[in-house]
Design a protein around this ligand. Structure first.
Ligand code: NAD
Length: 311
């Protein structure tokens, strides 16, 4: 019987599915690396979300470890390279999250355009009826530039088309083909997208190439009244340059779901978060009941399939 260690909460149905398939499942909530090192040797599979770190040391102590499963998308908290070296499979379920993140991106875009956060806050907290102050803008007819046309970027593109927007998309590979499939305009370069868009939304993975891909130069290429949305990974934007651009009135508004440090801890991060033209959410893009359920079930199914084909 395979033993599974679940370190961060996952859908009940996923645990039931594993148990029904004869897996012994234990739950230890967010163990510190030392504790994880102490207990991991007994397990064939470890399931984590973003809180638990699967470090090189944890992997080395996992003598029986066959699968590291991330119930989500990003693998930033797992030493994937070391797992590969030890021939331990790393699996995730990014396909389960695209709709949730795309819907959140659209919500942030509309909140920015209609100043809904400030309108709601001033009425509820300050009891102020500031109807004239909140003259917003419509998404209809505006150009959105989507950087990264993968699972999430594509779902965002479809929704923006339905809102009557002109959609520009950019990615490194097979751009023309993808743009045709989505019925959007392929941006010939990132610089073109940056300078042509009223709204820019980022959907690339974080890697060496995309770290701080939006910095001072890129911010300077954007229209002065641009709206910028990031629901990908915080470090894709150079946050200090973004803060400077906001302070110099180079940007109309920013919406962030992701941050370089989560939770944020640097003074410049708090300055960015509390800036009056910035709206923020605490990395909730994928947090819907539907996506969490789907994620758990996909992960459980992948574990069952992998271990049954390995036998
Ligand atoms: P994906 O791999 O399906 O798509 C990524 C896209 O980015 C691809 O089209 C790829 O070609 C493109 N790309 C890669 N490098 C690029 C570059 N240098 N320039 C231009 N394009 C580039 O990924 P996805 O599932 O759509 O996820 C996108 C992002 O969203 C990731 O950063 C992921 O971590 C993040 N994410 C956030 C949340 C959240 O809760 N906010 C949830 C899930 C995923």
């Amino acid at each position: 019987m395979y033993r599974v260690l679940v370190c961060d909460p996952i859908a009940r149905e996923a645990i039931d599915l594993l148990r029904k398939n004869n897996f012994k499942v234990d739950f230890v909530e967010s163990p510190a690396p030392e504790e994880l090192c102490r207990i991991i040797a007994a397990y064939d599979v470890i399931i984590v979300r973003s809180a638990t770190k699967v470090t090189k040391e944890v992997i080395d102590r996992g003598e029986k470890l066959k699968i590291i499963a991330r119930a989500g998308a990003g693998l930033d908290n797992i030493d994937v390279e070391h797992a590969n070296k030890r021939k331990i499979k790393v699996i995730n379920a990014p396909e389960a999250l695209a709709v949730a993140v795309a819907e959140h991106t659209i919500a942030l875009m509309l909140m920015l355009l209609r100043k809904e956060y400030h309108a709601c806050r001033s009425l509820k907290e300050e009891k102020l009826w500031l109807k004239k102050k909140f003259l917003g803008e419509e998404a209809f007819g505006k150009t959105i530039g989507i950087i990264g046309l993968g699972r999430i970027g594509s779902e965002v593109a479809k929704r923006c088309k339905a809102l009557g927007m002109r959609v520009l998309g950019y990615r490194r590979h097979k751009l023309e083909e993808k743009a045709r499939e989505l019925g959007i305009v392929a941006a010939p370069s990132l610089d073109f997208l940056l300078s042509e868009s009223d709204i820019i939304s980022i959907h690339v993975p974080l890697n060496k190439e995309t770290f701080h891909m939006i910095g001072e130069r890129e911010l300077n290429l954007m229209r002065p009244n641009v709206y910028l949305i990031n629901t990908s990974r915080g470090a894709v934007i150079d946050g200090k340059s973004l803060l400077r651009a906001l302070e110099n009135n180079r940007i109309a508004g920013v919406a962030l779901d992701v941050f370089e440090n989560e939770p944020p801890r640097e003074p410049w991060e708090w300055k960015l978060i509390t800036h009056p033209r910035v709206i923020v959410t605490p990395h909730i893009g994928a947090m819907t009941k539907e996506s969490q359920r789907k994620t758990g079930l996909i992960i459980a199914q992948k574990i069952i399939t992998t271990l049954s084909t390995d036998q």
